[in-house]
Design a protein around this ligand. Structure first.
Ligand SMILES: [Mg+2]
Length: 319
């Protein structure tokens, strides 16, 4: 694959648009059984050929927009600003889980959302709600490993304080960062990088299994559930299985059933960061909703995030 630094902006766009397309397409099958989906759509190609109306995204994209906006405005994750961004974008009907709704409602009312989060998820949530929105952190801190790890943690905290919820977000951000750097995907280097960063035995074991995935059927064993441990490694493995095809990566994840929107949002973000917008399925990108924060806005937000990244990490190029 031809690859140069000039493609980087295209990769920022690919990541956010890929996340949204995965989320929106996956959102149509959330909580469905794999057999149910496969009976109608036996292959990723069949799945991708099906939509012909507007693709509406769910909470995954809505919260990722909040993360990207907070980063664009402040150059880093500051919890107070991040919460404000979550609240300003919050539309409860976008498929937020019950726990997230209670926490966001409390944030909106200016209450003690941390106490509420603790009450609903004693010990912290270990769901995939932090990982599903973390991709912009992976882009912004793609050159700074330690900062990426810390910023991903901070982006999780408002709603996810359990170590497994946080580590899932950190690993997903790292996968996005790796994808945005690589020109010719090296599967071994990818998993070595992720395994080297792992902090828990639980993720280490899962990622070792993910590294051994050889067919789409092998993805089943990694999980399709809302726990980060049973979905983040699955999305990472789906990307590593078919790195050159957004359609297969996202399609194989949706065909697992279960938490299809988040699986596909995470896989779509990694895939888009590697392939760039130019290699995404243009027809589906074109079907993204035309609402004020729809497809056009996502592209614009990715451009702004890229500018913020350049301001923070790069010398301005001579005019
Ligand atoms: Mg969702």
């Amino acid at each position: 694959m031809a690859c140069s630094d000039s493609m980087l902006k295209d990769r920022f766009r690919g990541c956010l648009l890929g996340l949204a397309v995965g989320d929106a397409l996956g959102g149509r099958f959330e909580a469905k059984a794999a057999e149910h989906i496969r009976a109608r759509f036996p292959t990723p190609a069949a799945l991708f050929a099906y939509p012909d109306d507007e693709l509406w995204y769910t909470d995954d994209t809505q919260m990722a927009i909040g993360v990207a906006e907070a980063l664009t405005a402040h150059g880093e994750i500051i919890e107070e600003h991040l919460c404000r961004a979550f609240v300003s974008n919050y539309v409860p009907s976008r498929g937020y889980g019950r726990g997230a709704r209670v926490v966001l409602d409390t944030m909106e009312e200016g209450g003690d959302y941390q106490a509420v989060a603790e009450k609903h998820f004693p010990g912290g949530s270990y769901g995939n709600g932090a990982a599903m929105r973390v991709a912009p952190v992976g882009l912004m801190f793609r050159d700074e490993r330690q900062q990426l790890w810390e910023q991903a943690r901070r982006s999780a905290l408002p709603t996810h304080r359990h170590p497994l919820g946080i580590e899932g977000a950190q690993l997903l951000a790292l996968a996005v960062s790796f994808a945005s750097h690589t020109c010719r995907f090296d599967r071994e280097a990818f998993f070595a990088d992720l395994l080297g960063a792992c902090e828990s035995e639980e993720y280490r074991a899962k990622l070792q299994s993910a590294a051994e995935v050889k067919t789409p059927a092998d993805l089943v064993g990694l999980g399709n559930r809302i726990e980060a441990l049973h979905s983040v490694p699955t999305s990472i493995a789906a990307f590593a299985l078919t790195p050159e095809s957004f359609e297969e990566t996202v399609g194989n994840l949706i065909l697992l059933g279960g938490d299809t929107d988040t699986l596909a949002a995470m896989g779509g973000a990694i895939s888009g960061a590697y392939l760039g917008e130019r290699q995404l399925p243009g027809r589906l990108v074109g079907l993204l909703e035309t609402s004020p924060k729809g497809g056009a806005y996502l592209g614009q937000l990715a451009d702004e995030l890229f500018s913020a990244y350049e301001r923070r990490f790069r010398q301005p190029s001579p005019a």
